[in-house]
Design a protein around this ligand. Sequence first.
Ligand SMILES: Nc1ncnc2c1ncn2[C@@H]1O[C@H](COP(=O)(O)OP(=O)(O)O)[C@@H](O)[C@H]1O
Ligand SMILES: [Mg+2]
Length: 239
Amino acid sequence: MAVVEAVSPATSYLPLVALKDVFKIYKEGTTETVALRGASMELPRGRMTSLVGPSGSGKSTLLSLVAGLALPSAGQIVVDGTDISRLGESERARLRAERIGVVFQSGNLIPFLSAAENVELAMSIAGKRAGKQSRRERAREVLTELGLGSRLHHRPTQLSGGEVQRVAVAVALANDPDLLLADELTGELDSATAEQVIGILAEAWHQRELTVLLVTHNRDLAARADHRLRLVDGLVSAG
Ligand SMILES: Nc1ncnc2c1ncn2[C@@H]1O[C@H](COP(=O)(O)OP(=O)(O)O)[C@@H](O)[C@H]1O
Ligand SMILES: [Mg+2]
């Protein structure tokens, strides 16, 4: 499948993600909500793009489309040369498992699994790494990298808010994605802890040459990105 092939040098200057004239209209009974009305944007490879915008402006909708979790009503969502809105659900799920890491506001952790087990589960689902022992070692490695070496066997309820979000970042990085999508990942943290989590994300970004989309309300955090966008009334403009 073309979308999982390594990037050839000839295409490496193209943005990793490009949205073209994307519309998303939610229909509930007779009510229609236009969340995106012709949004276009690019996520340049290897850069951190921040996306700010008022509540209800369509940020989470846009992120879920890039993740392939939802389909647009119209327009193109091109990831590494492939319009993912034309892929079937299982192909999108595979693309997400293999190449995209996603972190949400309140963590996407399984409450009854430890930090390490949460990371191992993400690897099992992607099926990239065969063998329980290999997954266990990799989970320990990623969590230790993110400063959680002493929290491997703690469950989410036994961790602080900042630690939970660092585990969520570890889960997102477990399968070595090319693209990391973060939706208000520091939204529920105090500013010092938010700064710490973003510091860890920025470190992962540099070390792994990730392409990052950081959706945030927080202007200070958005300013850490080297490519800044703003979403207003379902349209993207330069931030
Ligand atoms: N699943 C859904 N069904 C119906 N309307 C939705 C759904 N998700 C979001 N919306 C609406 O779409 C608009 C954009 O929402 P959202 O993408 O969550 O914005 P943001 O993340 O910027 O706050 C809002 O008006 C919201 O109420
Ligand atoms: Mg949102």
